[in-house]
Design a protein around this ligand. Sequence first.
Ligand code: HSE
Length: 441
Amino acid sequence: MSATAGLSPLRVGLAGLGTVGQSVASLLVGDAADGIARRAGRRIELTRVASRTPKPGVDIGGAPFSTDLGSLVGNDVDVVVELIGGDTTARDLVASALGAGQGVVTANKALLAASGDELFALAQRQGAPLGFEASVAGGIPIINVLRAGLAANDIGWIAGIVNGTCNYILTQMAVAGQGFADALADAQRLGYAEADPTFDVEGIDAAQKLAILAALAFDTGIDIDGVHAEGIRSVDSEDIAYADELGFTIRHLGLARVAGGGLEARVHPALVPNDVLLAKVDDVMNAVMVHGSAVGGTLHVGPGAGGMATASAVVADLIEVARGTLPIPKPASRRLPALGIRAVRCPWYLKIPAVDQPGVFAHVAEVLGEHGISIEGVIQRPQDIHPGEAPWVPIVILTDEVAQDVIDDAVKAIEGVEGVTAGVTHFRVVHPDALDMQGDA
Ligand code: HSE
């Protein structure tokens, strides 16, 4: 007799049949279903499916289909899986399901970034489980790590690569010599990118994920407005090559820590020293480093986007619902003020386009000196590698640690130097000590 015989199945209502929805359906109705039932202790049954756009070719195991998302609320559904994305219709669906006492599993970071605190409170009032493992870093169980695995620790800092699309694009630009647009098109074709890929490349998706991670790590409200967000559009293959020459890899990073009673949370491209683990995380892989007071440094790596990787996390939450172990989220007990980017000090990479004539570099160095900025490294080669433009050479400078307002002023002043022909590209550089796994929090 089967180990799951006699127990009633968990009845799932699936909302959304996009990349992730299709993968979840295939896990629940395909060959994986028996193993899932064994691990869950009961069968997990796809009882209803709803999607605003019918997808006739998708195997949903004979479950009734509707274009009415409301058909999943109440009825014969124990848990609603929300995979429609966005933060308006999804919010209404999730709130209605929780209001009806149903459990909810979602992969929707935009929803949690916008309404997570409110939905956590509603879930608690209703005594309904709300799972969101799939909302951050795809297949990496980082929510579980922060909520349970590292619960004994005060978290010192989190640092990671949390957008698979950005990491894929940066890797392809570096190793395959692909242009930004082609690499992005590939990321879309592979099902990594958001429906609107500007959310990926402009850092919004990563900011939403970091806001969720920071809330869990530091017991604070989800504050998306407090996350400083920059994307990767300003990175070009020339920067990637110069960074490599200086011993760095450009990655899109999310960093969060509590400092001086506030929360510092930021996502932006950064030069990561080549010997730091995050520099070796390529393509769609995500990685999150968490530094705990008891455990020290931990690193969690895995595929951060894509249908099956994300479905793995969604179905893991469903298995916990089936076992009765998926927790009701605990609303944060405090709301830390956002420190913003002005509190951050770090070294900088500057690429200054300049005419190739005597005195320009000296003048740039003088401006840096006047701002108290020390130069750690320089590359300047005479070349004309910008066909179709007036000849210019990049002056590439690595600085010592500088406060944000000082670098902002210095960049403005450099752009006013005679012979500097256009805007200064500037990226933050991660100090090797900042991501030291063995270091203090
Ligand atoms: N678009 C997201 C990414 C998918 O590229 O990481 C996972 O949230």
